[in-house]
Design a protein around this ligand. Structure first.
Ligand code: IPM
Ligand code: MG
Length: 369
């Protein structure tokens, strides 16, 4: 598209999944920031609202419709808040498992082919006090990224519950083929090349066949990246090393279930899960971007949620899907500045700082773009 000044202007279509719980509030703040970016860089973002999770169940009776999936596919990237409700009280959890909010999330990941989930975990200098680790362990901080395989393994293997001779038995299957392992390994090594050039591949090769295949394929991929140091680590040891010495990690590469668990642990050791973004990617530039945290139904609608993880997810979207590195840098810088001048939401509040709500935090960041 050519604008009035004769400058080339790109028009990007961005899917917006507001979702459940605090999702709508935090997405609204990320869109404030995106709109400032559009203005500054004379780009045009067209937003397409997409229903997922509980929000979709309420309207369509299921957590993801064919239309919603098709809409997401037609976008350059998707920005998502969070989905799901209180599993004890929400009526969504009275539905069969395949109609609950989380099933929609798994279906959209699979339907869009998003096999690579990137979850950065780093320590913010300004929020060091929130880190639960001792000062001597923190040292001068840590900065790692979990690359989690997202469309295979236990999450998507055949499962069943049956009764055998009056005894209930449930089965889940963990299956990976070498191609699924290779493509996520390649993404992990590519990312390591842009970072500190170290990959820690995490498995349970002392027990599981799927892990032994994982190790073999990762070793093969590593041969194409002579500059990257590869180490293999067993998952139980990794869980321990993350709290013992998180500085040793650069890129952690692992399968779906291990990645689910280790990424929660990695985000917790930073002390600021409300700050951490994530990207779910495939080949090419399309991606779905969402905060690492959940939908926090207990504080929904109260202007209490921290929108920073979602705003930083929008920065990842700008960087990886729209190739707008300068804009992504702007967003990350604005977040840092706002922390430096002392604005905090309740979850990261500490003495002497200025406590603000969700929308004020969004305003403070957007005005610095
Ligand atoms: C996550 C979440 C999901 C997962 C749930 C909500 C299905 O825990 O994104 O880590 O296990 O992948
Ligand atoms: Mg999880």
């Amino acid at each position: 598209m050519i604008d009035k000044k004769g400058m080339k202007q790109m028009k990007f279509k961005i899917g917006v999944i507001r979702g459940d719980g605090i999702g709508p509030e935090i997405v609204a703040e990320a869109l404030k920031v995106m709109n400032k970016v559009a203005e500054k860089y004379a780009e045009e973002f067209e937003y397409e609202e997409i229903l997922l999770g509980g929000a979709s169940i309420d309207v369509h009776g299921k957590p993801l419709t064919e239309e919603a999936l098709a809409a997401a596919k037609s976008c350059d990237a998707v920005l998502m808040g969070s989905i799901g409700g209180d599993t004890n009280t929400s009526p969504w959890y009275k539905l069969p498992a395949d109609l609950r909010p989380e099933a929609g999330l798994l279906a959209i990941r699979k339907g869009l082919g998003l096999f690579a989930n990137m979850r950065p975990a780093y320590l913010y200098e300004e929020l060091k006090d929130a880190c639960p680790l001792r000062d001597d362990i923190i040292g001068d901080g840590f900065d790692l990224v979990v690359m989690r395989e997202l469309t295979g393994g236990l999450y998507f293997g055949a499962r069943k519950t049956e009764e055998k001779d009056g005894v209930l038995e449930a089965t889940d299957t963990l299956c990976y083929n070498e191609n699924e392992i290779r493509r996520i390994a390649i993404r992990a090594f590519d990312i390591a090349m842009k970072r500190r050039k170290k990959v820690t591949s995490v498995d349970k090769a002392n027990v599981l066949d799927s892990s032994r295949l994982w190790r073999k394929v990762v070793n093969e991929v590593a041969a194409d990246y002579p500059e990257v140091t590869l180490e293999h680590m067993l998952v139980d040891n990794c869980a321990m090393q993350l709290v013992r010495d998180p500085k040793q990690f650069d890129v952690i590469l692992t399968e779906n279930m291990f990645g689910d668990i280790l990424s929660d642990e990695a985000s917790m050791v930073t002390g600021s899960i409300g700050m951490l973004s994530s990207a779910s990617l495939k080949e090419g530039t399309f991606g779905l971007y969402e905060p690492s945290h959940g939908s926090a139904p207990d504080i929904a609608g109260k202007n209490l949620a921290n929108p920073i993880a979602t705003i930083l997810s929008a920065a990842m979207l700008l960087r990886y899907s729209l190739n707008m590195d300068a804009a992504a840098d702007d967003v990350e810088r604005a977040v840092k500045e706002v922390l430096q001048v002392g604005y905090r939401t309740g979850d990261i509040m500490s003495e002497g700082m200025k406590e603000v709500g969700t929308s004020q935090m969004g305003d403070r960041i957007a005005e610095r773009i």
